[in-house]
Design a protein around this ligand. Structure first.
Ligand SMILES: [Zn+2]
Length: 428
């Protein structure tokens, strides 16, 4: 009886001592500045590691694992790793990585994330090729300048509503609130063409915007019609047909060229032969401005449509004076019909004015996030993104961009430290 019990105990003991964990696969992921080795395991690893020199080795000791000299087939290779060897018994395993040179290894466990199970990861930074290159330096980047033109002003009241309200007194508060929202946004700066109730000639408005090197001119107006029925907002961009005529007229005024063309004009002499070239350059500039204006107009309509009735759902083309600057993308927003009693009442309400300003801001911000000028803060922020390639880990990226793993995790709302190839991470 005692013998049987002892035998049973012995059997139980030996069963318990056969470790459940096992190395199921070995994958090597080389990248220009790091080699990652992943051991796929059937359970969470219990590990210790150390490095040896002459020759360079990384030694990993695993407990509670079925060891031996037979590792599964290794997939992938790296110039950093000369060989991977293993030894051990039923309960222990020692893995030795023979390395081509000294490296500061980082060994850590990863919990299962489909399609992978438990893993032991070895990151071997290769400081020779890339590691010494500092992360992209943070350059001083400029703000995107939005010139906001509150229509009319001073002795020019603009259109007058049925209740006697002036257009100039609607355009200014909307413009001011839009400017506030823009100024609160890092990377954007507002520039008010008129800051109070005074008159500025239409030509002078575009000159003011140009003087501030505005990236966009937004002119705010309210529509009017001879009958009270039409209502709703619309967005206008420069019409090409009239623009071409305007360009022709500008070309006849030689002294205006340099102002309109910036640096380009200095190399264009206004001789008959070169007139064609000047025309082409102006057209190119005009096309860029018009394409930009058209895109902005689309975004603005999309947002305005959420807070206001739309008179026209597509950008409208016209030749308003304020839209004629060929070098500054310009849009004219009619925020509603002041000749429509319902619209007039709405536009007079500060709550509606705030909604209009907010929708304009959202649209402008989205446009410049999509297409930021190359030297802007928006462009720089967009560049601070990283597309994950094979063999990269969160810890490696944190090291490369000189940020903490926590910052990376928080900014990208990661719940685990595992990242996948092709994933785009924002870099703080
Ligand atoms: Zn107007």
């Amino acid at each position: 009886m005692l013998h049987v019990l002892l035998l049973l105990l012995l059997a139980l003991f030996s069963m318990a001592s056969v470790a459940a964990n096992q190395v199921q696969g070995v994958r090597i992921w080389p990248s220009p500045d790091n080699t990652r080795v992943v051991f796929d395991l059937s359970a969470a690893p219990d590990h210790k590691y150390f490095t040896l020199d002459n020759p360079h080795r990384l030694v990993i000791d695993l407990s509670n694992i079925k060891g031996g000299s037979n590792l599964p087939a290794v997939s992938g290779e790296s110039p950093l790793i000369k060989a991977i060897r293993s030894s051990g018994d039923a309960n222990r395993m020692r893995i030795v990585l023979d390395l081509a040179k000294s490296t500061k290894a980082n060994v850590f466990a990863l919990s299962p994330t489909p399609p992978y199970g438990h893993r032991l990861v070895v990151d071997l930074p290769d400081d020779q090729p890339v590691q010494n290159t500092p992360p992209p330096a943070i350059r001083a980047a400029r703000d995107i300048v939005i010139a906001i033109d509150a229509g009319h002003g001073g002795e020019d009241p603009g259109s007058i509503g049925p209740s006697g309200f002036y257009e100039k007194n609607i355009t200014l508060p909307v413009a001011r609130q839009l400017a506030q929202l823009i100024d609160r946004q890092p990377g954007m700066k507002a520039m008010m063409v008129r800051t109070n109730d005074y008159y500025i000639h239409v030509n002078r408005r575009t000159e003011i915007a140009r003087g501030q090197q505005a990236d966009l001119l937004v002119s705010i107006h309210a529509d009017a019609f001879t009958t009270p029925q039409p209502r709703g907002a619309s967005v206008w961009v420069l019409s090409l047909r009239r623009a071409t005529t305007e360009v022709g007229r500008m070309l006849e005024q030689t002294e205006r060229h340099s102002e309109l063309l910036g640096g380009v004009a200095e190399i264009i002499k206004d001789s008959a032969n070169e007139r064609y070239l000047a025309q082409t350059v102006l057209d190119l500039s005009m096309n860029h401005s018009m394409v930009t204006a058209y895109q902005v107009a689309g975004e603005v309509l999309q947002e305005l449509g959420k807070v206001a009735h739309l008179h026209k759902k597509e950008p409208q083309a016209a030749s308003f004076g304020v839209l004629k600057a060929p070098d500054i993308p310009s849009i004219l927003v009619e925020i509603g019909f002041i000749s429509n009693p319902q619209d007039e009442k709405l536009m007079r309400s500060s709550a509606h004015q705030a909604k209009l300003a907010q929708s304009l801001f959202t649209a402008l911000k989205r446009h410049f996030e999509k297409s930021p000028p190359a030297d802007s803060l928006f462009a720089q922020q967009r560049a601070r993104e990283h597309r994950v390639s094979a063999g990269e880990s969160l810890s490696l990226l944190a090291q490369r961009y000189n940020v903490s793993i926590d910052e990376l995790r928080n900014l990208n709302q990661l719940t685990t430290d595992s990242i996948r190839v092709g994933q785009t991470l924002r870099i703080p």
